[in-house]
Design a protein around this ligand. Structure first.
Ligand code: MN
Length: 194
């Protein structure tokens, strides 16, 4: 029996249009994420990883097991970062921390875009919080995520080509700018506070 199941997309496939098309979401969720879930289940069958949570697998594995486990986690987190009806600006403690650590929300936007555009090849752009509450922006290659560094993920943008090629072709900067409009800062604030 497969240990991990493909989680449903938390909104309709066309709910992020026009920034992200239905076709992109169908491929991204039903093909790409499903492939990572299926491969992870195949790789962990009969191994010590079978009794671990997804987070435990990410912290205790490398190679193909890590890559597929982290990609499952990253995609679920990415889809939850975006929303059909986002709160488009941060509030409360997160807003204060953004002003403190980046100068302004606009400067945070620039930093995330720069990180995502600058990630050579496949990867992710993140806003993370360290154990002292300090925010930073980083890009990670391939499947690597902040869990591995002991940091808490606040938001992420997937910058693998499959995330944007249907809608934006090679224009990764345009995709990052569009995805930025769909980030739900209410949920980000809950993660920051949590
Ligand atoms: Mn992806």
């Amino acid at each position: 029996m497969a240990k991990f199941e493909l989680p449903p997309l938390p909104y309709p496939y066309d709910a992020l249009e026009p920034q992200v098309s239905r076709e992109t979401m169908e491929y991204h969720h039903d093909k790409h994420l499903k492939a990572y879930v299926d491969k992870l289940n195949e790789l962990i069958a009969g191994t010590q990883y079978e009794d671990m949570s997804l987070e435990e697998i990410i912290r205790n594995s490398d190679g193909p097991v890590f890559n597929n486990a982290a990609q499952v986690w990253n995609h679920v987190f990415f889809f939850e970062t975006l929303s059909p009806s986002p709160q488009t600006r941060p509030a409360g403690a997160l807003a204060e921390a953004i002003d403190r650590d980046f100068g302004s929300f606009d400067q945070l936007a620039e930093a995330v875009k720069k990180a995502g555009v600058g990630q050579f090849g496949s990867g992710w752009a993140w806003l993370v919080r360290d154990s002292f509450g300090k925010l930073s922006v980083k890009a990670t290659p391939n499947a690597v995520n902040p869990l591995s560094e002991g940091e808490k993920a606040i938001i992420t943008i997937d910058v693998w080509e499959h995330a944007y090629y249907i809608d934006y072709r090679n224009r990764r900067p345009d995709f990052i700018s569009a995805a930025w409009e769909r980030i739900d800062w209410a949920k980000a604030g809950e993660r920051f506070d949590g």
